[in-house]
Write a protein that binds this ligand. Structure first.
Ligand SMILES: [Cu+2]
Length: 119
């Protein structure tokens, strides 16, 4: 009986080693990270424009809007105003966690428009 339990522990130990070896293998870990890790995109606001004005992202990615212009702007979802940054002062930034495609604009200067497409 004693011999049996020692062997049992041995198997569990061995499986643990194999498990750790598989999941810590550099290739496995790196590939897994690349697939699941959300990306961060930056949209610069300058010269009364969003740059880039059109972005293609994955759901869960983050888009950071940075106001590098000389005046206050905001970033507001255009169709239903379902989200807004509120006024962004010069040098300020605001991040959006993207859940669905959207067309957005600056509610202070409605000619400023941009889009985020979730692929
Ligand atoms: Cu503006």
């Amino acid at each position: 009986m004693k011999g049996f339990s020692y062997r049992w522990y041995g198997y569990i130990f061995l499986e643990l080693i194999i498990f750790l070896a598989l999941f810590n293998a550099p290739g496995t870990r790196k590939r897994g990270k690349d697939l699941s890790a959300p990306r961060v995109y930056t949209v610069e606001i300058s010269g009364m424009k969003f740059n880039p004005a059109a972005l293609v992202v994955h759901q869960g990615d983050k888009v950071m809007f940075v106001n590098h212009d000389l005046v206050v702007h905001d970033v507001t979802e255009a169709a239903k105003k379902s989200w807004t940054s509120s006024p962004l002062g010069v040098g300020k930034s605001w991040s959006l966690n993207v859940q669905q495609s959207a067309v957005y604009y600056c509610s202070i200067h409605p000619v400023m428009r941009g889009s985020i497409t979730v692929k």
